[in-house]
Ligand binder design. Structure first.
Ligand code: TYD
Length: 134
């Protein structure tokens, strides 16, 4: 699969009680959902991620606070700020990612297309670059 990243805007269902966003597979989440996890209480100055995935598709949403993703397809690097629960970052294909600048209140929710599988990770940047540019 070709590397593909995209910032999605989710429709907020709001009324005078507050706001609600629903994520539904193959509707506003463009894959079948097998796993959800969240990263929270990230310590100040921490940078994490440092990997790419062979097959996994992910949708990342900052449901509280903010953080920034560095996305790298082996040729181009870009930084994407996630600072709203109505923004979702879709990552598909071979993309190196690092996450940084976590606010103290950041809760980063990840919706994933597969169960956890260490064999799907590429954790060495040199190996990633070789694969991405071959
Ligand atoms: P890690 O991959 O280091 O997180 P990040 O890429 O965000 O820096 O994951 C931390 C630990 O949690 C590692 O031992 C693997 C484990 N883990 C699971 O068991 N299940 C999961 O779904 C995830 C994402 C990680």
């Amino acid at each position: 699969m070709k590397p593909h990243t995209e910032l999605l805007d989710f429709k907020t269902l709001g009324d005078d009680r507050g706001s609600l966003i629903a994520l539904e597979e193959n509707y506003n989440t463009p894959f079948a959902i097998k796993r959800v996890y969240y990263i929270f209480e990230t310590k100040s100055g921490v940078r994490r991620g440092y990997h790419a995935h062979k097959y996994l598709k992910q949708l990342a949403i900052c449901i509280s606070g903010s953080c920034t993703f560095l996305l790298d397809d082996g040729i181009t690097k870009k930084d994407i700020l996630l600072d709203s629960p109505n923004k979702g970052l879709l990552i598909e294909g071979l993309v190196w990612r690092e996450m940084y600048d976590f606010s103290e209140d950041c809760i980063l929710l990840i919706v994933a297309s597969e169960h956890f599988n260490e064999d799907d990770y590429i954790r060495d940047y040199g190996t990633f670059l070789k694969l991405a540019t071959s």
